[in-house]
Design a protein around this ligand. Structure first.
Ligand code: FDA
Length: 387
């Protein structure tokens, strides 16, 4: 079967590319349905972009690489597409846009755009024996037990990263890149809860508090959530992408300065216990935990300036060294991937003519908050428009 363009992966990036790649497009996916990650994203409402998306919200060995695609297909372009399809949306927080109704609306929109462009979609299809004869890519597609050999001028790899293997994530994109001699930045889990080898945080499981988490020189002010195995919540997920195994993270539990408040309460509530006062600023279960290591006994009225200062310092600089992360089982994204040195930032075409990589399999990873889908839309559009 001869086609113009074979796209592997009917996820966010693959469907976006299919809608813009012109005639003769076949999209294949081994899953039962297209856009499964879109369906479960944002708690079922898909945080489909971010009003503030800009290159500074992305991690990559080459921080400049994402600029061109993000500039040529912006969050405003995607919002306008969503509006054209009369999908209602709202801003939740920090510029994060969600569907009012359901993430399925975004999938239906992309399916409609693909149909409008005349792209075919084959689900429950596996891909093997990919080769290139100098002008065309060949691949064996297997569905319903039958093999079809396709020959395509272009091959767009949009099979995502390794996150959540239970949902069908595979390392296929990296294998294809390696097969064609393209370099890979070692993939690792990102936007992932951090774990500790002991169960020190077990009694705190479920406690959430605003915090500033810093890792690898970058800080995030969002919620921190204690889990049975360690730390999670948006602030920790964000910082996890900047964390290197073996390093400490810094937890600031009182980003809004606490010392003047405690000094004032020492005057007004001097007979209250120090822990009672602290529980007005931080969750009581967290204070009970911190009491095991910090001198929090006595009344607030008994605390000297130096004692208050030293407690505030400890609360602002809590150094913790995670033993690891929950890994690809729960990671929202995969950091690393196809080295951008081997790709055109304008078209996503690799140094092998006709071979493109888009979306999460590329070494461009966004923050939490709609940035990863924006990269899928922008890079998918860039490849589609170039064909
Ligand atoms: P994606 O993973 O979407 O698609 C890849 C496709 O390739 C899949 O359909 C898969 O079945 C297929 N495939 C893989 N291997 C194959 C093989 N060997 N053969 C055939 N097909 C194969 N981001 C965001 O911006 N806002 C959000 O709200 C969320 N929420 C969220 C929640 C959860 C639980 C997760 C896990 C992730 C998110 N994300 C997110 C991240 C976002 O889902 C992710 O960045 C994009 O889906 C990446 O789009 P891609 O199209 O690159 O890959």
């Amino acid at each position: 079967m001869k086609i113009e363009t074979l796209i592997i992966g009917a996820g966010a990036a693959g469907m976006m590319a299919a809608a813009h790649a012109g005639p003769g497009v076949l999209v294949v996916d081994h899953a039962k349905a297209a856009g499964e990650k879109i369906r479960i994203s944002g708690g079922g409402r898909c945080n489909f972009t971010n009003l503030h998306a800009s290159p500074g919200n992305f991690l990559s060995q080459n921080p400049h690489f994402c600029k061109s695609a993000l500039k040529r297909y912006t969050q405003w372009d995607f919002i306008s597409l969503v509006d054209q399809h009369q999908i209602k949306w709202h801003e939740k927080t920090l510029g994060q846009l969600f569907c009012d109704n359901s993430a399925r609306d975004i999938i239906a929109m992309l399916r409609a755009e693909m149909e409008r462009a005349g792209a075919q979609l084959w689900l429950q299809t596996t891909v093997s024996e990919i080769s290139h004869d100098g002008t065309h890519f060949r691949a064996t597609l297997t569905r319903d037990g039958r093999d079809t050999t396709v020959s395509a001028r272009n091959l767009i790899v949009a099979s995502g990263g390794k996150s959540i293997p239970k949902m069908g994530a595979t390392g296929l994109a990296y294998q294809i890149a390696q097969q064609f001699g393209l370099p890979i930045i070692t993939p690792r889990p990102g936007l992932v809860p951090l774990t500790f080898s002991d169960d020190r945080f077990k009694p705190l499981a479920g406690v959430s508090t605003p915090a500033r988490i810093s890792a690898g020189g970058t800080s995030f002010d969002e919620a921190l959530l204690f889990t049975h195995r360690g730390l999670s919540g948006p602030a920790v997920l964000q910082a996890s992408s900047y964390w290197t195994e073996g390093d400490a993270i810094s937890v600031n539990l009182t980003p809004a300065t606490l010392l003047p408040k405690l000094q004032a309460q020492r005057q007004s509530d001097g007979r209250k216990s120090f822990t009672t006062i602290l529980s007005q600023h931080l969750p009581a279960r967290l204070i009970a935990h911190l009491e095991q290591t910090l001198p929090l006994s006595g009344n607030i009225g008994d605390q000297s300036d130096a004692a208050l200062q030293s407690i505030c310092d400890a609360l602002e600089n809590w150094e913790l060294t995670p033993s690891g992360s929950e890994g690809y089982r729960t990671a929202e994204v995969t950091l690393g991937g196809v080295d951008t040195d081997a790709l055109s930032s304008k078209t996503m075409e690799s140094t092998v003519p006709g071979l493109y990589f888009i979306g999460e399999c590329v070494d461009v990873t966004g923050w939490l908050g709609g940035y990863n889908f924006q990269w899928a839309w922008s890079s998918g559009w860039a490849a589609g428009a170039a064909i």
